[in-house]
Design a protein around this ligand. Structure first.
Ligand code: BDP
Length: 721
């Protein structure tokens, strides 16, 4: 009987197993590292050019690089090169450092190595020992690893490797993901499942996925990860959790990735039983000193702490009458002997003060310029409010020349449609990085502030709040992978082009398919502007639903604090809309350098993208297009939705070009995005119409439901809280 049941079930079991296998293969799990076969003619030439591999390995890191090259060659053109220890007459790929290849170190091509620093690499077509070869060279095995991934990317793009001459080194030293992962595995503002860190089974069980995570990050140059939420639980600093964090650090180390932790400022009280956490108290100093020494016993190359202090209820030095500099320096001094850093967040605003929230971080931090110790980096969000679909750059960039400043972007789409909306963030990141602060005259971009080229700051860093989770495709939306990817690439080179990065991502993810890229690249590049338009056009901001931040909520008011409501930010009334941040209003504009002020000061000249961020204007204000402000606002809302409609059509055109599972998933998500975009548009237009008293311009259509319908919508168990 049993046998009969088994034999009956066997086909079903096989189908299930195969189905699961197929679904993982098709799911996007392999990210941009899915080595799909190239066109035949490319394969033929690569087979000849890369017939032999001369790659003496020296440690775990370059061994990973070697295996990755072998896997990539096998996948891309179906050939595993012969491994040799002397250069062939032709067709050899030489990989290594001056010390791993001592017999060749005097060759001309090695002269480039001097410019590469500890993490850079070069890829060259060269003559070595009188023979034509391809070379991937670096100073360190970490550089070799990055070079290997860059070379694979060239192959994935079908590049002509008969003439390559690339030297690349990262412009920013510390390139980190910030995980807002809690110890119970929920992820604050996470939309891709639970935390990747299986704390309960660590350190004993090391999920192979940790290795895949490290590999993905290494492939885009990310070299650090903060494991836990900035709203930190002090428990992460206890031995039980340090042992778990150490296991993760062991997995990540060969991939060049260091582990960091978010530290809770009151930990000396919670864990150490001290009566206070005053940064100037010798007992508190001693506690941190010992705690840090303990951490380094578990994790010898521990990177340091990230701290959210005196912000949104988190404890901090101000609880003890001390400044942010006192707090940061306390931890920095404890870390200093071990080589660790403190990333001290500037995302602060008073609990009580009714001052424009956009001004508060600047007011708090600028007076502290010059007081931070040299292993402190002040971590500043891209804009002065909070990761909105569009914000001007944060006025702190360029305003603290005697301090080290770093960038914090949000990769997870808290305010940009969660993991449901296709919104490519490369353009958002790049817009901020390229913005000119004028702190040192023209060409003082935010990128140049954070890469140290303006200030000479020795420690440079950039962080992105991660969008990864246990979702089989890592990020929930297949296209959200592009945001992780773009973050890494821009962290390496903040001046890189967001379009080139998207092009790379498309080719590496979906195969090197020209027509597909031709169709999808413009779609990606327009996607963020579409989201801005259907959510918060013309400089509006903070219009989202209460607390969970899902969907529109321009009507949110009457909450415990004004600056957590929408009405505080849009200030819509019969006389107009927008937040006056000029001298006649909050004067936040005065925090920028004069050239930037001049750009935004006059509503007639202010770029329309930022108009209502800086100005409160009447509904009949004349836009440059000749429309009234009300008409322009409506048009933007409708344009945003229309763009999503076009994105759907573009995607439909890719049927058969991407695997079916991903095709269907993106198609269905775009349909949800369209519905949600319509809801944003209709809710906002109707809400603002109460004040403008003007009709929706002809030809745009009319919302399906009355405003009340949208206001009454309730959503339960929204992810991310
Ligand atoms: C806000 C998020 C909140 C974070 C906070 C932060 O809504 O969950 O804790 O930022 O950055 O955007 O600390």
């Amino acid at each position: 009987m049993k046998i009969r049941i088994i034999s009956h079930c066997l086909p079903l079991l096989c189908a299930l197993i195969l189905g699961i296998g197929q679904s993982r293969g098709q799911s996007g799990y392999h990210l941009w590292l899915d080595y799909k076969p190239l066109r035949d003619e490319l394969s033929v030439s690569y087979k000849t050019q890369l017939a032999a591999l001369l790659f003496p390995t020296t440690d775990g890191t370059d061994s990973i690089a070697k295996q990755e090259l072998l896997d990539a060659f096998n996948g891309l053109f179906g050939q595993v090169p012969e491994q040799v220890d002397a250069i062939r007459q032709q067709g050899t790929l030489v990989v290594g450092t001056p010390s791993s290849l001592p017999a060749m170190a005097q060759e001309t091509v090695f002269s480039h190595v001097a410019q590469m620093g500890p993490e850079g690499y070069g890829i060259y077509t060269a003559t070595i020992q009188g023979k034509p070869a391809t070379a991937i060279l670096a100073n360190t095995s970490k550089g070799v690893l990055y070079g290997a991934y860059a070379f694979i990317r060239l192959l994935q793009r079908g590049a002509d490797i008969a003439k390559v001459d690339i030297t690349s080194r990262p412009k920013v030293n510390l390139r980190l993901l910030n995980h807002w992962d809690n110890l119970d595995r929920t992820v604050e503002r996470g939309y891709a499942g639970f935390s990747l860190w299986d704390w309960h089974r660590l350190p004993g069980y090391r999920d192979p996925r940790y290795t895949d995570y490290a590999r993905a990050n290494a492939s885009i140059g990310i070299n650090g990860t903060v494991l836990n939420n900035v709203n930190a639980n002090a428990l992460v600093l206890t031995p039980a959790y340090l042992e778990k964090a150490a296991a993760l650090a062991d997995v990540f180390r060969p991939y060049g990735i260091k582990v960091y932790l978010s530290a809770r400022f009151s930990a000396p009280m919670e864990l150490g039983g001290l009566p206070n956490a005053d940064p100037l108290d010798p007992n508190v100093k001693q506690w941190w000193k010992e705690k840090v020494a303990e951490i380094y016993r578990y994790i010898p190359d521990f990177g340091g702490f990230l701290v959210k202090a005196n912000s949104e209820g988190q404890p901090g030095p101000q609880n003890h009458g001390r400044s942010h500099a006192d707090g940061a320096n306390l931890l920095a001094d404890a870390l200093k002997p071990h080589g660790g850093v403190v990333m001290w967040r500037a995302f602060v605003y008073e609990d009580t003060e009714p001052e424009d929230r956009a001004k508060q971080a600047y007011n708090e931090f600028v007076p502290l310029d010059g007081l931070f110790h040299d292993n402190v980096i002040v971590q500043v969000k891209n804009g002065p409010i909070d990761f909105q679909p569009r914000e001007p750059f944060h006025p702190l960039f360029g305003a603290m020349p005697k301090s080290q400043l770093m960038m914090e972007f949000q990769i997870t789409q808290e305010y940009l449609g969660f993991a449901t909306h296709l919104v490519y963030l490369g353009t958002l990141f790049s817009e901020t990085l390229r913005a000119d602060t004028y702190c040192n005259g023209p060409n003082s971009s935010v990128a140049r502030v954070i890469d140290g080229s303006l200030t000479g700051q020795p420690v440079t860093a950039i962080a992105g709040v991660a969008n990864t989770g246990t979702a089989i495709n890592w990020t929930g939306h297949p296209f959200a992978q592009a945001n992780w990817y773009a973050f890494g690439r821009l962290a390496w080179d903040p001046d890189a082009d967001a379009g080139d990065i998207a092009d790379d991502w498309l080719r590496c993810t979906f195969g090197n398919d020209g027509p597909l890229v031709h169709a999808l690249l413009p779609m990606m590049m327009q996607s963020r502007e579409a989201a801005v338009n259907y959510m918060t056009p013309l400089g509006l901001h903070h219009l989202m639903g209460w607390d969970h931040h899902y969907g529109p909520g321009p009507w949110i008011s009457g909450k415990p604090r004004a600056d957590w409501t929408s009405v505080y930010y849009h200030k819509a009334s019969k006389d107009g809309i927008g937040f006056d941040r000029t001298a006649s209003g909050s004067d936040a504009l005065s925090q920028y350098f004069p050239e930037v002020r001049a750009l935004f000061e006059n509503p007639q000249e202010c770029p329309e993208e930022y108009l209502l961020w800086f100005h409160h204007l009447p509904w009949d204000f004349q836009m440059r297009s000749g429309e009234t402000l009300w008409e322009a606002l409506c048009r933007r809302y409708y344009d945003g939705v229309a763009t999503v409609g076009r994105m759907q059509a573009t995607w439909e055109g890719q049927k058969g070009r991407v695997n079916e599972a991903v095709f269907n998933e993106v198609r269905d998500l775009l349909a949800i995005q369209y519905q949600e975009a319509v809801r944003w548009r209709d809710a906002c237009v109707l809400y603002f119409q109460q004040f403008s008293g003007m009709p929706i311009p002809d030809g745009l259509g009319h919302p399906e439901h009355p405003l009340e319908y949208y206001e009454k919508m309730e959503f339960h168990f929204v992810p991310g809280i």
